[in-house]
Design a protein around this ligand. Structure first.
Ligand SMILES: C[S@@+](CC[C@H](N)C(=O)[O-])C[C@H]1O[C@@H](n2cnc3c(N)ncnc32)[C@H](O)[C@@H]1O
Length: 455
């Protein structure tokens, strides 16, 4: 047994101690804690990095809580990473992470740019929306839905997750029961699947407590299975049940091949005063309270532009921010790579009486940006890319936007912020402020809004 002090955290929330020139990675250890750990063999033969296992915590962090109080699956399930950290501690860690990432760009000034993290008001915050059936360990009979174990694709079956809406647990259990009655197994991601199997279930809440379910399967349902699932959807009171067919190897979920089994094709969600039709294969943030606050902040930054002729909404999804931007600008152009999302965005603009003010382009932003920047000279831009961030090409293109222009970029990952922000600053943008929004409490992820201005 070795006594160590935890001095750092990796990006998965794992505590790091330094001992005898080695870095010891200790899951569930918190910065500042002194503990006895068992040190394992290095991760790779010549590596100075070793795993550590907590044996006894000698000095606990003031942020430590008993995770079992909130969740019976804590420690085994990787659905969230910080169940052993108080909410106050989670907010402090996330803000520290933002400051650390920003300091790689602006040095010691970072602290001054970072505003307090915006927390969720609900405790616990029930935002989780995807359960998995697929597993890399073994296909399960009976089929179970749950989350992956930490750092693996081994399934931890879960009856009810404290981070998902209570109604979702009832729906997941109901669907699990009918899928088992129909003898439909879970997908084994290690081998090609001959029979129809379940990969994952995505649940979404619309307005007025409605729930829609999206089952991602490897093969087509037969008529009897379809009828049974339709009855089950009605019994469970689902607004809709859609099946997506995806027989690609690996663990990708996205598919264009959809079949509506019961109910409506889309759900309706009201955000920022506009009503949005959202489809199973179009993006919608999961934490409505926090995404509303995040969008309001990004739009407020853009609304202070010097002129209000044109705003761009890059990676616009179903137009959630485009329609709100249209309240401040004569014209809004939304760009999005998923054609189904653009079709929904167009219909959403029409349904909200904003079709005249909004244009939507189905394209990769890298292809659309040069023309938009040169010809249209936007006064303000929101960019809300996927976890990979803007990428070097797009950050350089945005750097070429002529001033004056206001820019709000939303980063899902701080690694992307560290890579993209220097390119935006090099392109002539000045950093105004940075703010974290706690979209995914319990996880180590933080959504980070970066607001910039070019004179
Ligand atoms: C985090 S979501 C944000 C969507 C929308 N702004 C919202 O909040 O609902 C990122 C979106 O970027 C889109 N996307 C990913 N890569 C893209 C690209 N290269 N060009 C345009 N859109 C892209 C995705 O399809 C997805 O809808």
């Amino acid at each position: 047994m070795t006594t160590v002090t935890i001095t750092g955290r990796d990006r998965h929330g794992v505590g790091i101690a330094v001992h005898d020139g080695k870095q010891i990675y200790v899951p569930q250890a918190l910065v500042g804690e002194v503990m006895e750990v068992e040190i394992g063999a290095p991760f790779t033969p010549k590596s100075a990095r070793c795993p550590g296992t907590i044996k006894e915590i000698l000095t606990p962090s003031p942020y430590r809580v008993d995770p079992q109080q909130h969740c019976a699956y804590a420690g085994r399930c990787g659905g969230c990473q910080l169940p052993h950290v108080s909410y106050e501690g989670q907010l402090a860690y996330k803000r520290d992470d933002i400051v650390a990432a920003l300091s790689t760009v602006v040095g010691e000034q970072a602290e001054a740019f970072v505003r307090p993290l915006i927390p969720t008001s609900a405790r616990p915050c029930r935002f989780k929306s995807i359960r998995y059936a697929a597993s890399s360990s073994s296909a399960r009979t009976p089929l179970r839905l749950g989350f992956y174990a930490p750092n693996s694709h081994d399934l931890v079956p879960v009856d009810a997750c404290p981070l998902e809406p209570e109604r979702f647990a009832q729906v997941a259990q109901g669907l699990e029961a009918i899928l088992n009655e129909l003898s439909i197994p879970s997908y084994d991601e290690r081998k090609p699947q001959a029979e129809t199997a379940v990969r994952a279930l995505q649940l979404r809440g619309g307005d007025v407590n409605s729930v829609s379910a999206y089952l991602i399967m490897t093969g087509r349902l037969n008529k009897a299975q379809r009828t049974a699932l339709e009855h089950s959807a009605q019994k469970l009171g689902l607004e809709s049940l859609t099946v997506g067919y995806n027989n690609a190897p690996g663990n990708a979920l996205f598919t264009r091949e959809l079949e509506l089994i019961a109910g409506a094709e889309s759900i309706t969600k009201t955000l920022l005063g506009a009503r949005f039709a959202v489809y199973p294969n179009t993006f919608l943030q999961v934490n409505y309270e926090i995404c509303t606050k995040l969008y309001e902040a990004a739009i407020a930054h853009c609304a202070q532009a010097q002129s209000h002729d044109l705003a761009l909404d890059l990676c616009c999804g179903v137009g959630t921010m485009s329609l709100a931007l249209a309240q401040h600008f004569e014209q809004v152009v939304g760009v999005e790579i998923v054609a189904e999302s653009i079709a929904a965005a167009q219909a959403n603009a029409t349904a909200n009486g904003l079709a005249q003010k909004c244009d939507f382009i189905a394209a990769d932003m890298t292809k659309a940006l040069p023309e938009l920047i040169k010809r249209k000279r936007p006064n303000a831009i929101i960019a809300d890319p996927a976890r990979v961030g803007l990428g070097e090409a797009n950050a350089k293109l945005l750097g070429k936007v002529p001033g004056p222009c206001r820019l709000a970029v939303i980063f899902c990952a701080l690694t992307a912020l560290k890579r993209d922000l220097p390119l935006l600053i090099k392109g002539g943008f000045k950093l105004d402020y940075v703010q974290g929004f706690d979209m995914f409490p319990g996880s180590q992820h933080v959504e980070t809004l970066v607001c910039l201005t070019k004179a």
